[in-house]
Design a protein around this ligand. Structure first.
Ligand code: BGC
Length: 924
């Protein structure tokens, strides 16, 4: 077929989604011959064989595989079929499979009515409709929304494979309905049953613990089309019946209770008079079960508790096989860690995370319907004879295709990558949540923003974030341009902050960078500029934005008043706020430029004004940054704010050295750390920070047995004790370092002016502790691959894949100039400016290096190691003769930090050390 991954609005074969515009995108498989697409054609029809065409683009050169919009008036509840054809420079004509999309009810009035019932207590209701069919059915679609949550069964079979429908969105602004194809489930005699739960809409959800006291409500339409051409609709109306279900309570935080011994009394069905926001076709992608997590071991704790250890922290539900006598009551409690070997769940705060069940004595397979848990450990009470196979964890998260695979030669780094991936799986719960276990699980904008690039390497996140941004826009409209810190805004506390609210600009921009679909910019331009306009209004003439509340460098370790409970970092939050304001204004200006809007100038001028304000307020006239924190200087460098860049780099280097090369950054600083250090030539420091195993570092958590990313650098102390306040063990934010591993350690880095990964500048940073790295990324433009391997001290193998229609470049690290001249390898076919310029294809090069890669001395080696090598010792003594008098006790100290600290009198500076470093690395 050759043309694959065909999508509409970043969805594959979407059924019943909101389709306001139609943007088509597609990719090519690996077998395509040729280098580039020369033209393409898209055909849309009402039938599979494409004979009843409604659109033909004809052959055009301007159809971009990254996104091509077609203005087409669509009929409601209709399936359309489409196919793409493409011509290549090698004269072949490629085609895709026939794909489809099916429209929802859109603006069609609902003939179904909102129903409710007279359920009095927390006992969940189940609505029922029986109907008979006398003719063969050709097509059956169920359109449905149930509040808070619903589970539908048709003829005792679950409808669809989704959980927690209708999803988590801003219920005050819009309600989502789903569309299901139930054609194959219709029989002559049918029973449709719908059970309702609480979820995010009803019950308890939000930090301020609001209890949303809404009634149970349900609306549905089952549209049937018969083979004879006739149609009928089964509407929700008062002909439906209802009864009590066996679920006695449920909640996102607290879990679920079920009692199978109860009678299921009839309830009265009524039309609901409760006001609702309007119904819209879904935007949420399905929340489905992915992995089955088996029990790793069954523990008996010092307190005598029976605890299942799943071996992996994750979020989701479970499946439990049960056969116990009638009336037996069992309880499961879910937690993330043990303390002193015992079950522990105080870090969940008020969230109960439980499942309670009373048996009717029959065999059952139990799966909760209306909750989810963040857990690794399960405490079981009520039964003693549970075996490993009775319980299976079900990892649940939004259904996104895997886009990247990343692996290195270092097991601990691999575990960090694994933990980050599982952090993502645990927190993509229809909204990007901060954590999946405690009484929070909210769509914090800051966390979403810092993690988005990493997430997008792992999985295709476009449609997931698009739904989040839709909610963000709804909430922004309600808040006059302000972006609440949490989306959906369940808190209603008027809280906004820089870095968090700036997600309104950074997230769409990130999506545009990764997916290259310019319609995303059109879609989000209002969201982006309204946010910047909002800040401008708050800022006024008195720079009030600096004094506004901000989360700052959340959880950084450099607050001078640091204690166990401190959450605010040491970097001036007004400084951070101004820089993000500047960054957002720049994004809006760039977007306006790309969209050809005259507002470009306004935002450029605004950005310049903010830049000047930052210089006036936070930099000396000579360019010295007055914010002397790691995050402060990293921001100055990332946003190119200082006119004295070398001095700022030096300041940053000194700051790290003074802190023994340990990081102190919080959410804000950490997300820009690796990238910025590499940009300023300090990749070796990024590596040093990456490999560090003491607190604070990523591998400290790995060493402590973490299987997900922790909220704090020291969520668990070296003695195994958990930090008392606010300590989630499944918070993905610090996993943002994995973006750096993709881009610079493995080296799969998009070129600066490319979008949608049309061009990659491979930047592998070879490292002996990593030994090798393999990265594959199924980008919007196709499948990229890089792998490098240090074969021995002087040899490297490099393998690259550049997809069809794409280009790449690479400066091959440590290559001997001689190799390039003599080589016939096709990687050098177009070589100039020390760079190989590559077109589509695969490349494989084994080469000799100009320096030792494994046992290598450098200024980061210890004094002892260096002085033991006579040639190295001679070179060092030449620069600092007093080195020979250094007491042995200092032998373990790295030469570089020692010389920076004590070498100033001898005139030693960064430059001299860099030269020395080069010389040491050349030693054979
Ligand atoms: C959340 C964070 C969030 C923060 C705001 C916390 O309670 O868990 O991840 O970003 O509040 O700073």
């Amino acid at each position: 077929m050759h043309i694959i991954n065909c999508q509409i609005n970043h969805l594959s074969n979407p059924l019943g989604y909101h389709l306001d515009t139609l943007t088509f995108s597609y990719q090519f498989d690996q077998q395509v011959t040729g280098k580039v697409q020369t033209s393409a054609r898209i055909i849309i029809a009402k039938d599979k064989t494409l004979s009843h065409q409604v659109f033909d683009s004809h052959w055009r050169q301007d159809i971009s595989p990254l996104g091509f919009s077609i203005p087409l008036k669509l009929s409601i509840r209709t399936r359309y079929y489409w196919q793409v054809f493409a011509k290549t420079d090698s004269k072949s004509v490629l085609e895709s499979d026939v794909n489809w999309f099916e429209t929802a009810k859109e603006n069609e009035m609902w003939s179904g009515k909102w129903l409710t019932c007279d359920a009095q207590d927390t006992r969940h209701p189940m609505f029922e409709k029986k109907f008979n069919i006398t003719k063969p059915v050709q097509k059956a679609r169920l359109y449905i929304c149930g509040l808070g949550l619903y589970v539908a069964q048709l003829n005792s079979k679950k409808v669809g494979n989704e959980y927690l429908t209708p999803g988590c969105n801003s219920y005050e602004n819009w309600l989502q309905y789903q569309t299901y194809d139930v054609t194959n489930s219709i029989q002559k005699e049918n029973k449709l049953e719908i059970t309702l739960g609480n979820g995010w809409y009803k019950g308890r959800y939000g930090l301020n613990k609001p209890v949303h006291d809404h009634p149970w409500d349900l609306i549905a339409e089952l549209h049937l089309e018969f083979t004879d051409g006739s149609q009928c609709v089964i509407n929700s109306d008062t002909s439906w019946t209802a009864k009590q279900s066996t679920i006695t309570s449920s909640g996102i935080y607290d879990g679920e209770k079920r009692d199978d011994t109860l009678n299921q009394d009839t309830l009265e069905v009524k039309l609901s008079t409760h006001p609702h926001a309007s119904l819209h076709a879904r935007q949420s992608i399905p929340l489905t079960i992915h992995e089955e997590v088996p029990v790793k071991s069954i523990l008996s704790t010092p307190k005598g508790e029976l605890v299942l250890d799943m071996g992996q922290n994750f979020a989701g539900i479970f499946r439990l096989n049960i056969h116990i006598p009638r009336g037996t009551h069992i309880q499961l409690q879910f937690g993330e860690t043990l303390q002193k070997g015992n079950f522990y769940r105080e870090n969940l705060r008020t969230a109960k995370q439980e499942y309670a069940y009373t048996s009717d004595g029959r065999n059952h397979v139990i799966i909760p319907h209306f909750t989810y848990y963040g857990y690794r450990f399960v405490k079981v009470t009520g039964i003693t004879n549970i075996s490993k196979s009775d319980f299976v964890g079900l990892a649940m998260y939004s259904d996104m295709a895997i886009s990247g695979e990343l692996e290195t030669g270092n097991q601990k780094v691999n575990q960090l990558i694994h933990n980050t991936d599982w952090g993502m799986r645990s927190n993509f719960m229809d909204i990007p949540t901060d954590c999946p276990q405690r009484d929070e699980r909210l769509g914090w904008t800051g966390d979403a923003q810092v993690f988005a690039p990493t997430a997008t390497y792992f999985r295709d996140t476009a449609s997931f974030y698009m739904k989040y941004l839709a909610d963000m826009r709804y909430e922004q409209n309600r808040n006059h341009g302000m972006i609440p810190s949490v989306i959906p805004d369940v808190e209603h506390d008027n809280n906004t902050s820089s870095v968090w609210g700036d997600a309104a600009c950074i997230l769409p921009w990130t999506l545009y960078q990764y997916y290259g679909d310019s319609t995303l910019l059109q879609r989000y331009y209002p969201l982006m500029h309204d946010w910047v306009d909002y800040i401008q209004r708050v800022d006024g003439d008195s720079h009030a934005w600096e004094r506004h509340f901000h989360w700052g460098d959340w959880l950084a370790l450099d607050n001078p008043n640091q204690d166990d409970n401190s959450v605010f970092g040491g970097t001036d939050s007004g400084y951070i706020a101004d820089i993000y304001y500047y960054g957002s204004a720049l994004i809006v200006a760039k977007t306006a430029k790309l969209l050809g809007l005259p507002s470009q100038k306004h935002y450029e001028d605004l950005a310049n004004k903010i830049h000047q304000r930052i210089l006036d307020e936070f930099f000396s006239p000579n360019g010295r940054c007055c914010i002397q924190t790691q995050t402060g200087l990293l921001l100055a460098l990332k946003y190119n704010l200082t006119k004295n860049r070398p001095q700022t780099i030096k300041q940053l280097r000194i700051l790290f050295s003074q802190n023994n090369d340990l990081l102190q950054t919080g959410f804000t600083g950490t997300s820009i750390l690796g990238d910025t250090l590499t940009q300023i030539g300090l990749s070796s420091l990024s590596y040093k920070l990456l490999f560090n195993e003491q607190f604070p570092s990523w591998l400290y958590a790995v060493k402590m047995g973490a299987t997900t990313i922790w909220e704090r650098w020291d969520s668990i102390h070296p003695n195994g004790e958990i930090t008392a306040s606010m300590s989630s063990l499944n918070h993905y934010s610090y996993g943002s370092i994995v973006e750096w591993i993709w881009r610079y350690a493995a080296g799969l880095n998009q070129s600066p002016n490319s979008v949608g990964f049309q061009t990659v500048s491979f930047q592998p940073h070879l490292n002996s502790k990593l030994r090798h790295a393999n990265a594959t990324y199924h980008s919007a433009s196709g499948k990229w691959h890089i792998s490098w391997k240090i074969l021995d001290n002087w040899h490297v193998r490099l393998q690259l894949t550049v997809p069809f229609n794409c280009q790449a470049n690479i400066q091959i690290p440590f290559i001997l100039p001689d190799t390039i001249i003599k080589s016939t390898n096709k990687i050098f076919a177009d070589y100039h400016d020390h760079t190989c310029w590559l077109t589509a294809g695969t490349y494989d090069l084994t080469y000799e290096t100009n320096q030792a890669l494994l046992s290598q001395l450098s200024t980061n080696s210890t004094i002892g190691e260096l002085m033991a090598d006579s040639t190295a010792a001679a070179k060092i003594t030449k620069i600092m003769p007093s080195i020979r008098q250094v007491p042995e006790a200092l032998n373990d100290q790295p030469l570089r930090s020692f010389m920076l600290q004590y070498g100033a009198v001898a005139g030693i500076n960064e430059q001299i050390l860099d030269d020395l470093d080069q010389q040491l690395r050349q030693l054979k």
